[in-house]
Design a protein around this ligand. Structure first.
Ligand code: CA
Length: 520
């Protein structure tokens, strides 16, 4: 637990020399009168992760962090004051015109060669990091039946197939009671289709349908949409609960188990083999963020992202509302003008989506973010974007689309942890990196999640939930490069089968399909 008294010499972290605020590092914050090494004295107590004014800031003047105006002073702020949320007025969103396009492309980085992991190579060329039987559901109505069947499959069948790691029902709340022909409906439908094709499932699509639902199996998997079918057949294996042949509940369970055994036998033939690090498909995300997210964990992720891109791997960063305020940083890093335009297209789409709901990007921040020192979405976004590292951005995905290229990819998703994770699973992610400052036990059944703590205090308190402690960057025990390399190595180990804490405890959040279309 945090203590009311602060520990150690008063310290702050300055992100850029042009900034006029910095954040307090000390566990438990600092009391009034605390004096920093440069002589600056605090006029009032400042909690850990919150901002202190490094000089006097007049009302209306910019408050600068990350060399960016994160807001304007709502009143005169004296040097040494706590710059809390009410003192910072948020600037309007950057208009999506006259953006710098591909003006800040780094020189080609030296390839990083010789790194490998032990993965499951699929017939379509993709590589899984786990060997999982996934059972796709077309509609929520079948969820209880599938849950019942999955438990029996795990108890009775899985022990016979030791090379298979797990059995997962792909449950969701979509499939019926929705405007299935609405333009936005293609998002949840293609998401569910592409999730079923995730490399960790070995191309063994198996579907449980109710029968009368709007999302018919033929709409979910139109002919030709599955590159690899179950057992080489023409269609995904299908169990329909309303089939006349099903007499009584147990006959449905028997049908599901019979098909599951066929798929388990096929999956059991998969073996890990040595593959290059370029086969990693890493989704990066943050959740339960605090002011340290953008100082420790996210910069370390950004460092690892650059290593992965140099190794030829794929890294997706996402979360539209958390990059919206830094769009100029992203369009300037777009590998081509087409990539920049695709990014702008996704921002415009999301702006209008939020507008239809009567809000804007400022609806993103949570009470916990603010308690952790993040005044507004601009400040949060600047700390979120650093996960993308410094490589050129080589592609853009719309929500629910599947990856077709390697490199650094902007996969447009909501910032909601579960929806972002679900969409990254659909894109083809085989490893997930998740940073947190407030602390979240987030995990997925489909893909290993490596969790990174932003602060030593959280890493110590949640010692059996956090896989990496980036808080050592703030306390000066490790550099961003140290933690970035540690993360890169851990990614290879986890991809090869080492279990994360979330896997050890079987912490699995629900898949949540993004449905921008109406329900009926
Ligand atoms: Ca998130």
């Amino acid at each position: 637990m945090t203590t009311p008294t602060s520990a150690g010499t008063p310290r702050y972290i300055l992100m850029h020399d042009n900034d006029n605020v910095a954040i307090v590092v000390n566990d438990g914050g600092l009391p009034a009168g605390a004096v920093f090494a440069n002589g600056l004295a605090l006029l009032e107590a400042v909690p850990q992760g919150h901002k202190v004014a490094l000089c006097a800031i007049a009302k209306g003047d910019p408050v600068r962090r990350y060399n960016v105006t994160i807001g304007y002073a709502a009143c005169d702020i004296a040097a040494g004051s706590w710059v809390a949320e009410p003192q910072v007025e948020m600037p309007p969103a950057r208009e999506l015109v006259n953006l710098p396009i591909s003006t800040n492309l780094p020189p080609p980085a030296e390839p990083l060669e010789g790194y490998t992991f032990e993965g499951f190579r699929n017939p379509d060329g993709s590589v899984g990091t786990r060997n999982i039987l996934a059972i796709t559901t077309t509609v929520q109505c079948v969820a209880g039946v599938v849950e019942f069947a999955v438990k029996r499959i795990k108890d009775e069948l899985l022990p016979k197939y030791p090379n298979v790691d797990d059995v997962v029902g792909l449950e969701h709340t979509y499939g019926c009671g929705v405007a299935i022909d609405a333009p936005g409906a293609m998002v949840p439908i293609r998401t569910l289709r592409n999730i079923s094709l995730n490399p960790n499932f070995g191309g063994q699509a198996m579907v449980v349908s109710l029968g009368c639902e709007k999302l018919q199996p033929a709409r979910l998997f139109p002919k030709g949409s599955i590159p690899i079918q179950n057992g080489g057949g023409a269609e995904p294996a299908l169990v329909c609960l309303q089939d006349a042949g099903h007499v009584g509940f147990m006959s449905m369970i028997e049908s599901i188990m019979k098909q599951a055994e066929i798929n388990l036998a096929a999956l059991d033939k998969r073996r890990r083999e040595t593959v290059p690090a370029s086969e990693l498909v890493v989704g990066v995300q943050c959740g339960g963020s605090d002011a340290f997210s953008g100082v420790t964990a996210n910069p370390a992720v950004g460092y690892a992202t650059d290593l992965l891109v140099r190794a030829g791997a794929t890294v997706m960063f996402s979360e539209v509302t958390e990059v919206r305020d830094g769009i100029d940083q992203l369009t300037s890093r777009a590998a081509t003008p087409e990539v920049a335009q695709a990014m702008i297209r996704e921002m415009e789409w999301y702006d209008s989506y939020l507008k239809r709901g009567g809000v804007d990007r400022s609806a993103n921040t949570t009470p916990g973010n603010k308690k952790g020192g993040l005044s507004n979405i601009v400040e949060k976004a600047m700390g979120s974007i650093v996960k993308s590292g410094s490589s050129p951005i080589s592609g853009v995905l719309s929500p629910g689309e599947k990856l077709t290229q390697k490199g650094l990819i902007y996969a447009a998703t909501p910032a909601s942890d579960f929806i972002c994770g679900t969409l990254q699973v659909a894109a083809g992610m085989n490893l997930h990196v998740f940073t947190t400052g407030r602390g979240t036990p987030y995990g997925l059944a489909e893909v290993p999640v490596i969790k990174v703590a932003t602060r030593n205090e959280l890493a110590a308190r949640w010692h059996d939930l956090m896989d990496i402690n980036a808080g050592r960057i703030a306390s000066g025990e490790a550099s961003i490069a140290d933690v970035g390399w540690e993360m890169f190595q851990l990614l290879l180990d986890v991809a090869s089968g080492r279990r994360t804490w979330a896997e050890k405890w079987k912490l699995h959040n629900a898949l949540v399909l993004f449905n921008p279309a109406p329900v009926t």
